[in-house]
Design a protein. Structure first.
Length: 342
């Protein structure tokens, strides 16, 4: 499917460099990755948090990676862009979507959306000095109200954003309720930047329904759905290729979806098991054998448990573990005793 582009959304504590590299080794379908957001890019020429493997291109074996920053300070954003350019990156992304109160209460992330004048001044300064570096934005419909984006869109349209990623919820919702696909679709004619849809794509059927609703948008960011089901991008691209070969639209159709040539459940279980072991071993290596890797593995399992027929059984085996050997034994027990949800 040559015109479909799928990206993997950034998650703090999960989708770091080891995750991205291991994911790419085991699964396909993702065209573009984003770093979890950086912040605190101080006035030094080379900020310490931009010197590690998370941002080092030599440590990121993925096709396309875009660094993301969380900031409301144009000077900080420009320092970030400059240092990313020196590392060979061609685009940076601004996080205006983070919904968590500890961020939003500081008027950052989605908490910036109720303040269009502040957004305007910030972007004016950024684009005055950013040169040929591409600059994109990830945002929500608003923080308090979905109407907030109506005052923001004319501001976005004044600047040559390389893309605009919209998650159609408000910040106050966090991830509750449903993404407002209709609201996203209604905004399409009014936005100049290339648009990317993000939100509530958990299955091929979800993708088919949303894709039809938001045409002609053809770029999609996957988030919680692909953490829960790492095969999701492959399943979407295979289903789209199947539909395109027959000149049909991809619609929610369980009969057609099941006929797509995808790996059999046993093959999926083996691939999933290998992925989990590889990620754990890679994290353990990078952490020098420290048990601190368990926190990040648990965060992933809070989503990945949904790949199994009894997710709560899986979660009970993982969530209280505090030792490496306990974790290793629990993972083996999960794959031996709990069926994969094919």
């Amino acid at each position: 499917m040559s015109d479909l582009l799928l990206s993997l959304g950034p998650f703090q504590g999960i989708t770091d460099a080891p995750f991205r590299n291991v994911f790419k080794r085991h699964f396909g379908g993702i065209d573009k990755f984003y770093t979890p957001f950086f912040t605190g890019i101080h006035k030094e020429e080379h900020a310490k948090n931009l010197q590690g493997e998370e941002i080092d291109p030599r440590c990121n074996d993925v096709k396309t990676l875009t660094p993301q920053i969380l900031s409301t300070d144009a000077e900080e954003i420009l320092r970030f862009a400059k240092q990313c350019k020196q590392l060979g990156y061609k685009e940076v992304n601004l996080n205006m979507g983070c919904p968590f109160p500890r961020v939003a209460n500081k008027k950052r992330g989605s908490g910036l959306l109720p303040y269009p004048d502040k957004v305007d001044a910030m972007l004016e300064s950024v684009f005055e000095h950013i040169g040929d570096m591409k600059f994109s934005v990830k945002c929500r419909l608003g923080y308090y109200s979905p109407d907030e984006i109506e005052a923001i869109i004319p501001i976005f349209n004044r600047f040559p954003l390389s893309e605009l990623i919209i998650h159609p919820r408000i910040g106050k919702q966090l991830y509750k309720g449903e993404a407002d696909v209709e609201r996203f679709a209604a905004l399409i004619p009014y936005i100049n930047a290339p648009l990317v849809y993000n939100g509530d794509i958990f299955s091929v059927d979800d993708f088919g329904r949303i894709r039809e609703a938001v045409r002609p948008v053809n770029d999609f960011m996957l988030g919680r759905g692909i953490l829960a089901n790492p095969f999701l991008a492959e399943q979407i691209t295979d289903a789209c290729d199947y539909a395109d070969a027959r000149g049909a639209s991809l619609q929610p159709d369980p009969v057609r979806t099941h006929r797509v040539c995808l790996p059999q459940p046993n093959d999926k279980t083996e691939r999933l098991h290998a992925y989990v072991l590889d990620l754990y071993e890679d994290r353990l290596h990078h952490a020098g054998g420290s048990p601190k890797v368990l926190g990040r593995m648990k965060e992933l399992w809070s989503y990945l448990m949904n790949s199994f027929e009894e997710p709560q059984v899986v979660w009970r085996k993982i969530k209280k573990i505090n030792a490496l050997k306990e974790y290793e034994d629990a993972v083996e027990t999960v794959f031996m005793e709990v069926a994969y949800a094919s």
